[in-house]
Design a protein around this ligand. Structure first.
Ligand SMILES: NC(=O)C1=CN([C@@H]2O[C@H](COP(=O)(O)OP(=O)(O)OC[C@H]3O[C@@H](n4cnc5c(N)ncnc54)[C@H](O)[C@@H]3O)[C@@H](O)[C@H]2O)C=CC1
Ligand SMILES: O=C(O)C(=O)[C@H](O)COP(=O)(O)O
Length: 381
């Protein structure tokens, strides 16, 4: 129980704050893109998502701020130096939605290959950025016996092994997945990591997936490249200049989604829960109930299949990327395209992770193992 009610100013799209923080705090919800210094001026805690730039301009009036949290993995919207200078503890939610992103990537890979009449076995997947997301993608693919090339210079410099250079990944990958943070300066910037020169070295027929941050690919260079080469298949969840999209680039993609790769309900609640745990540490109050007590059962939580089930069908039962793709394409040509982009994200339907689906009826052990390795809950018949 807190003696004085702490004031939390929070993005309107962070779910479950009411149930996880209870009535002992005063909660003010604000639209993330419209947050101003005036909103924050008497806040004790600020909780944001990726669309709020947290910097001196936003925080200059917030003299009693004691904690800043972002319910996201990415931190490129936060001026961490400024927070450190002011001694304000800052937390993100590392790994909160990593499984959601991995499952987005696996689902778009399986759907895309199915449409081309191809199989994943025998192809080489390249992963650039092997942290929470890239690392988990690597593990799931390795368990499936897929050849994976990984590139992560910061980890390599720390002494981790098994990495190759970026050039090798670009030249050899049949499927290329980008999972670096957006870093604009320093020794290893990722801004425009894939520009004209790098794109020109990609293998013919490659499937390129960006579910990291838009500016990691030079979007103008990508569009020019796609206008010249039609053998490339591109899946983009993130865009330069979000929420404003270039319809010409969208038109050249196989699957286009509005920065929702990480938007599983599980991942979003995990993000809130992580911040709630940090809040307990900062303010010395009791920890919350475990995450499982806030997560409802999935609306489709069991499915009976036979051994000839198509894996992409099972994936689509949990998450259908073409639903998001269709919704995004409908918004492209209105004056209010950026607002529509934000609305798709704000009103995103509840989507669960593979583990929420129990697959019954499989008798083939290798299929059962494959489904388990992909992340499904499997009960062998
Ligand atoms: N589309 C979406 O909905 C989501 C996007 N993201 C984005 O994905 C990024 C990655 O997420 P996590 O894996 O959780 O982050 P992480 O911080 O765990 O891992 C990032 C990895 O990238 C590596 N890296 C940094 N610079 C690099 C470079 N120049 N070349 C190659 N690797 C480099 C780091 O060493 C680290 O291992 C986030 O920073 C965020 O921007 C994250 C979640 C959801
Ligand atoms: O966690 C991250 O990093 C992400 O990219 C989030 O999924 C983005 O979601 P919003 O914070 O923009 O709602």
């Amino acid at each position: 129980m807190l003696n004085n009610r702490l004031k939390i100013v929070a993005d309107e799209n962070i779910p479950a704050l009411e149930s996880m923080f209870g009535h002992d705090v005063l909660l003010q919800r604000v639209a993330g893109r419209s947050m101003t210094a005036e909103h924050i001026k008497d806040a004790d805690v600020l909780l944001v998502r990726s669309i709020t730039q947290v910097n001196e301009g936003l925080l200059e009036k917030a003299t009693q701020l004691k904690m800043v949290g972002t319910a996201t993995i990415g931190t490129d919207h936060i001026d961490q130096h400024y927070l450190a200078d002011r001694g304000i503890p800052f937390f993100n939610a590392p790994g909160c939605n990593a499984d959601a992103v991995v499952e987005y990537v696996l689902t778009v890979i399986h759907n895309t290959l199915f449409e081309k009449g191809m199989e994943l076995a025998g192809l080489t997947v390249g992963i650039v950025g092997v942290g929470n997301v890239g690392g988990r993608l690597y593990e799931r693919l390795r368990k499936l016996g897929i050849n994976v090339l990984i590139n992560d210079p910061p980890r390599e410099r720390q002494g981790d092994e098994g990495f190759v250079n970026l050039e090798t990944v670009l030249q050899q990958a049949d499927i290329l997945c980008l999972h670096t943070p957006l870093v604009k300066d320093g020794e290893r910037p990722t801004y425009h990591l894939l520009a004209e020169k790098q794109l020109s070295t990609l293998k013919s027929g490659v499937l390129l997936i960006n579910a990291g941050r838009g500016p990691v690919i030079d979007n103008d260079a990508l569009l020019t490249f796609l206008e010249q080469r039609d053998d490339l298949t591109v899946v983009l969840d993130v865009w330069e200049d979000e929420p404003r999209l270039n319809p010409l680039l969208v038109a050249r993609t196989q699957i286009a989604t509005p920065h929702i790769a990480g938007y599983s309900y599980d991942g979003k609640l995990r993000g809130t829960h992580m911040l709630r745990c940090r809040f307990s540490e900062v303010f010395g109050v009791a920890q919350p109930e475990p995450l499982s007590s806030y997560l409802p059962q999935a609306s489709v939580h069991q499915v009976h299949v036979t051994n000839d089930v198509a894996i992409h069908d099972l994936m689509n039962l949990v998450y259908d990327p073409y639903r998001d793709d269709r919704a995004l394409r409908k918004t492209l040509f209105g004056d209010n395209q950026p607002q529509q982009f934000d609305l798709l994200r704000k009103n995103y339907p509840i989507r669960r992770e593979f583990s929420s689906l129990e697959v019954l009826g499989v008798t083939d052990r290798s299929l059962a193992n494959c489904l388990k390795n992909l992340g499904f809950t499997v009960n062998l018949a």
